[in-house]
Design a protein around this ligand. Structure first.
Ligand code: NDP
Length: 342
């Protein structure tokens, strides 16, 4: 089997040198474990954090260790009554052609409901993230205005589509004219603003002001950086900010650099939260898996029948995973980033 390990820790943006492709014996499942041959492997922004040796909500990948990640494939061997060979399973199998994991950390995927690739995106962790946080922390109400960046990604596109279905005005922010067209034409956003066409937070804010004549009630935070700076002054009183991610700052190793450049300071942030009575809720989706069955029973059929639209960006070959991952962090993906392994 082949696998990709963390060769070294990145200093800023990751480079191909931070990864190494290795061969290894095919693993055998222990008691209660399953072994799969991976078909598709997910590439997600959180993996950037795992490459750093910094305190976070999850342990770092050790140097020389298998890159972490979720993937979907066919069960080859099972020592658990929950799976039989031939089943399709999603689990934490890492960046590899084959993987072993405890059956209780895996879930069966129904290939008749939707293509199995959706278990990595719209019907997987990212789609669930958008659904969960919009309902739980966004508390959407008909007629309100929602803004979300990374609007064509698996989180942002789920947020926008649910917002529209709930009768909100959904304003997307995305990188480039093609992605903006995808956001409005495919995913149904009312408007999408190209953040690359607005060099400063001030310019971006002017475009947002026009797109949001009634202000912003929900800012679903995926990116931080210039977008957050642009959005903040436009938040309506009692607005909600589900704090999902801040990808603009992931390579900075922490808060600060972009914020200083953009003039976004802690005092201004706190003052805005206070005077606008904002609710800001950080969350980590892995603490909320108890809600996943509810999500799948509600959203699964909607993805299956095409009511909820999907966009996937599939790179061929495990060996190309590092570059695809590096590209995804700066917007090189159009839709859910994943790698076709077999
Ligand atoms: P995407 O597939 O949308 O990929 C990331 C996108 O971020 C890029 O395509 C790019 O889109 C955008 N981006 C990158 N840099 C910047 C920047 N400087 N300014 C604005 N946009 C930028 O990612 P996901 O949908 O998988 O994830 C979205 C966010 O949700 C991430 O921050 C992720 O970490 C977070 N997340 C958090 C979870 C939690 O538990 N809290 C769980 C899952 C995801 P574009 O080209 O359009 O700008």
């Amino acid at each position: 089997m082949s696998r990709i390990v963390l060769a070294s820790r990145p200093d800023g943006a990751p480079t191909p040198d931070n990864f190494r492709l290795e061969t290894a014996p095919v693993p055998t499942p222990g008691d209660g474990e399953v072994m799969v041959r991976v078909h598709y492997m997910s590439l997600d922004p959180y993996m950037r954090g795992r490459m750093d040796d910094a305190k976070s909500y999850a342990a770092s990948v050790p140097v020389g260790g298998l890159m972490e990640g979720g993937s979907v494939g066919e069960v080859i061997a099972s020592n658990s009554p929950a799976f039989t060979p031939g089943d399709i399973a999603f689990g934490p199998f890492g960046w590899a052609t084959h993987g072993v994991a405890p059956a209780k950390q895996c879930r069966k995927v129904d290939p008749d409901q939707a293509p199995i690739t959706t278990s990595l995106g719209a019907l997987g962790m990212p789609g669930f993230t958008g659904w969960f946080a919009l309902h739980e922390h966004g508390r959407p109400k008909e007629g309100e205005t929602l803004v979300v960046a990374a609007a064509t990604g698996p989180v942002g596109s789920m947020v926008g589509q649910i917002a529209k279905a709930r009768g909100l005005r959904a304003v997307g922010i995305a990188g480039g004219a093609d992605k903006c067209a995808l956001a409005t034409d495919h995913f149904g956003f009312d408007v999408c603003i190209d953040h690359r066409a607005h060099a400063t937070a001030k310019d971006l804010r002017a475009a947002l002001r026009e797109a949001c004549p009634d202000g912003i009630d929900i800012y679903f935070e995926n990116v931080g950086g210039k977008v957050l700076d642009a959005v903040l002054p436009l938040m309506n009183a009692h607005g909600r900010i589900p704090l999902c991610g801040m990808i603009a700052w992931y390579n900075a190793g922490g808060l600060g650099n972009d914020a200083a450049e953009e003039g976004l300071s802690a005092p201004r942030l706190w003052r805005t939260i206070l005077v606008s009575h904002l609710s800001v809720n950080g969350f980590i989706i892995s603490n909320h898996w108890d809600r996943f069955p509810e999500f799948i029973s509600e959203v699964g059929p909607l993805v299956g029948n095409g009511t909820i639209k999907v966009q996937e960006d599939i790179t061929e070959g495990l060996e190309n995973a590092p570059q695809a991952f590096i590209d995804m962090l700066t917007g090189g993906n159009t839709g859910k980033a994943m790698v076709k392994v077999v």
